[in-house]
Every structure is written in structure tokens, then in C-alpha cells.
Design a protein around this ligand. Structure first.
Ligand code: SF4
Ligand code: SF4
Length: 344
């Protein structure tokens, strides 16, 4: 069932939802962006509908609600430890289709991958329901249509905001019916983007020989001088899951503290360093090659039905060196063409 809510009705429903749920949404932080007058939009716990930034795609992904950039795993003393706790309150998240579909990818990595389930991810994921936000095509870095992540039916409510403060809502999950009992029904179905400014074709690597030649292709050398291995692209990525751990010691006694997990990146120095100081991928070009093939080949080889990218374009937008993931994909396609023609 669908409804049109006036601003007052929408505020009243939101206030009711807040009694039961922690609600997260993209939120605008004024003048907190990269440059002095730039805003930044990232996910936060919100207390009213006016806190929700519905026009601009968030600069950072929705995954931060479910798998925070850093979190305590457990606390320890000399002879015991205690696992960290999280609230048991259910969570509602305002999200666009790309971010909701990114969770399908993350869940596969965190839950049950190789027979191991990440309990810290599971305990958050199990609390979450989605409010699908209307998206009118994103920005000039988006390519969700090419990645088939422009649509989803994984939501409890779908909303479309209007400038006058009114709200169209579709209620898909009957658990929410009672919040709308006093409101007159209308016809409303969420619409999905069918075209982005950017169109991308993910290259097909048809066999191991092509893959090995692509790994050795000179195209990756360009990144040795361009990419500064800062990892900003992966921190902004809707699907990346890599993390490291760090022990925080509280005082003079090194046996008392907490173990944190902190998001990490395949792009930063030290990521592949192992015992003896050996590092498997030293150059920025090697790291970029790993990232691209992981996202656009290896994940699909393992899980079959999708690449590990939802086309949100955040990596391109956040890169201080203006390295575009779609241009890099085009370069990969060109390199594969050269390999197949026997030119390299
Ligand atoms: S690789 Fe880039 S475009 Fe793809 S999901 Fe990650 S941030 Fe978005
Ligand atoms: S591609 Fe850009 S954002 Fe990613 S590590 Fe290199 S310089 Fe940083």
C-alpha cells in the first residue's frame, strides 16, 4: 500500500519510528569536505526527516553503518577478555539501490565465506531493514545500470521526497502497516534509474592465458607515477571489506586494553607485508592491478553472478589523483583486445 504524507504527517510517522528503531541516513556536514567550502555527505544516525540529505548521493557508502570504519572487537585484561556488545535495537537505513545491492556482495564475503561467518557483521546485518530512497540517476560518476545494481526489491519502505516537505511512501513490509493507518492510500511505486550518463562494459577475460598476459601488461605501469597508494578509493567503496586489527592499550599496563578492527586497503603500503618483511605487491601499479582484477574478475569467478562493484562511482570521486575506475576498465578492455590480437 502507498500513501502521500504531508510534512506534518511524515514528521509524525518518523517520530513514531524513532521510538522503535535507530534510523540512519545520508546527512550533510556543512564545510566538512575536502576543500574549505565543501560539504560532505555521509551516513549518520538521524533524529528527524530534515536531517536526511535526499538530493545528493552520499560521498561515503552506507556500509559504514553495518561495518564501521573502526570498532572494538573485544576488551582484555591479563587473564580474561570480553567481547564487545552492540545495542539490540532494530535499525532502519535510508539507502539507494546501489548501496542496498552492495550489501548482497558484502554479506557473501562476511557471512559463510569459506565456512567462516563474521559474527561482528552478522550481529549488525540482522538488525537492519531498508527504506529505499528515490534516485534520479546519481552523478556523472555513477554507472549502476551497467553493473545491474540500479534496482532492488530488498526494502521495507520506499520513499520519494518532495520539495514542499511531503513524502510518497510505499509500504512493502507489513510490519510497518500500523504506522500509516490514519492516512489515505494513493497509487505510488518507486521508480528506478534506467540510464546513467556513464555506460561501462566490463571486459571478459576468457581464459588463464589472457589473464596472465593482462597481469603482465604494461598498462599497470602508468599507476606507478599517478596513484599515491592512499587507499581513499577503497575506504569510499560500497563493497570493499578488508580490515586490519590494532590493540589499543589503556594505560601503563600493556595487558589491559581493547582490540579494534580498522578498515584497511589493498592499495596502501604494508597491506601485503608478511613475516620477514617480504611484500607481495610493492608498486602502485601492482596494487591497482590487484584491485581491478579482484573487483572485475576474481569475485565473479568465485561467486558467479556478479562483479564486486555496484557502479556507485565513489572511488572515482574520492581519488585525489583523478584516477577513474571506468577509464581504468576501458584501459583493461583495450589491453585485452591487444592480447587477443597477439599485439602484446
Ligand atoms: S569499485 Fe568504485 S564504483 Fe565500484 S562499488 Fe567500489 S567505489 Fe563503487
Ligand atoms: S587510485 Fe586514487 S584513491 Fe586509490 S589509492 Fe590510488 S591515488 Fe589513492
Amino acid at each position: 500500500m502507498s500513501y502521500r504524507l504531508t510534512q506534518n504527517e511524515a514528521d509524525a510517522v518518523f517520530a513514531e519510528l524513532l521510538k522503535k528503531f535507530d534510523i540512519y541516513a545520508p546527512h550533510r556536514h556543512v564545510c566538512a569536505g575536502r576543500y574549505s567550502d565543501d560539504d560532505i555527505v555521509k551516513y549518520d544516525k538521524v533524529e528527524s526527516l530534515s536531517d536526511v540529505e535526499y538530493k545528493k548521493k552520499s560521498d561515503y557508502p552506507m556500509k559504514e553503518v553495518i561495518s564501521p570504519i573502526q570498532q572494538a572487537l573485544f576488551y582484555f585484561t591479563e587473564d580474561e577478555y570480553r567481547e564487545s556488545k552492540v545495542s539490540s535495537r532494530p535499525i532502519l537505513i535510508f539507502a539507494r539501490p546501489c548501496d542496498i545491492n552492495a550489501q548482497k556482495i558484502q554479506a557473501r564475503i562476511y557471512a559463510g565465506n569459506g565456512g567462516f561467518t563474521d559474527s561482528y557483521y552478522e550481529r549488525m546485518k540482522d538488525r537492519v531493514k531498508y527504506i529505499l530512497m528515490d534516485c534520479e540517476g546519481g552523478d556523472d560518476n555513477c554507472f549502476c545500470v551497467s553493473m545491474h545494481t540500479n534496482k532492488t526489491d530488498n526494502y521495507s519502505l520506499a520513499v520519494k521526497f518532495h520539495e514542499d516537505g511531503s513524502l510518497f511512501v510505499k509500504v512493502k513490509d507489513q510490519d510497518f502497516d500500523n504506522y500509516f493507518q490514519e492516512i489515505k492510500e494513493i497509487e505510488f511505486e518507486p521508480e528506478f534509474v534506467n540510464k546513467n550518463e556513464l555506460k561501462v562494459t566490463v571486459p571478459v577475460i576468457k581464459d588463464h592465458e589472457t589473464l596472465n598476459k593482462l597481469k603482465a601488461h604494461p598498462m599497470w605501469n602508468e599507476f606507478n607515477s599517478r596513484c599515491i597508494s592512499c587507499g581513499a578509493c577503497t575506504i569510499a567503496c560500497s563493497t570493499c571489506t578488508c580490515f586490519t586489527t590494532k590493540d589499543i592499550i589503556y594505560g601503563d599496563n600493556p595487558e589491559v586494553g581493547e582490540r579494534r578492527r580498522i578498515e584497511s586497503s589493498c592499495q596502501v603500503d604494508g597491506y601485503t607485508t608478511v613475516a620477514g618483511g617480504i611484500s607481495y605487491r610493492k608498486t602502485a601499479g601492482e596494487k591497482m592491478r590487484f584491485k581491478m582484477l579482484h573487483k572485475f574478475h576474481d569475485y565473479k569467478e568465485r561467486f558467479v553472478d556478479s562483479d564486486m562493484c555496484v557502479g556507485c562511482g565513489r572511488c572515482t570521486a574520492r581519488c585525489p589523483q583523478f584516477i577513474s575506475i571506468t577509464t581504468t576498465l576501458d584501459k583493461m578492455s583495450k589491453a585485452i583486445e591487444e592480447i587477443e590480437k597477439g599485439e602484446v
